[in-house]
Design a protein around this ligand. Structure first.
Ligand code: DQA
Length: 147
């Protein structure tokens, strides 16, 4: 299976950025963990972090006919980006939306997501584990389709 992990703006600052909210692990450590999990299960994992909305959109477009599943932490674009929503709908690739923090206990502007109602599922508040759970789910769901 080919699985793409996308991380939106400011997630390159993980580890340094508001550690009481986002934890001490940096993005490299998180992605290394995911790669280990993926390689044990015959999954080709690709990853992109970008602070630019159009780069995330381009990566989604390029996924067409190549990527079976997307795991995305859209970061602040969650709450603003109709364009990311439309890109995901355009390629029609199933995805899980992940947030490190529990957005529902934070500012009210974080309670709105342009992606949640078109996602297969949403994981928030579980820190970096959320990405791992999403990866497990993606693999299970793709394996079930194959059989
Ligand atoms: C976030 C939550 C968003 O509200 C915020 O803008 C982020 C990170 C999270 O992972 O908890 O940048 O997506």
């Amino acid at each position: 299976f080919n699985i793409l992990v996308l991380n939106g703006p400011n997630l390159n600052m993980l580890g340094k950025r508001e550690p009481t909210i986002y934890g001490a692990q940096n993005l490299d450590e998180i992605v290394t963990g995911l790669n280990e999990k993926a390689s044990q299960q015959n999954v080709a994992l690709s990853h992109l972090q970008s602070n630019a909305e159009h780069e995330l959109i381009d990566a989604i477009h390029q996924s067409l006919n190549k990527i079976d599943y997307i795991i995305i932490n859209p970061a602040a674009y969650t709450h603003t980006s109709v364009a990311l929503r439309d890109a995901l709908l355009a390629v029609n690739i199933p995805f899980v939306e992940v947030h490190l923090s529990n957005v529902h206990v934070r500012e009210s502007f974080r309670h709105q997501s342009y992606l949640s109602d078109v996602a297969q599922g949403v994981i928030c508040g579980l820190g970096p584990k959320g990405y791992e759970f999403a990866l497990d789910y993606a693999i299970d769901s793709l394996s079930a389709q194959k059989n």
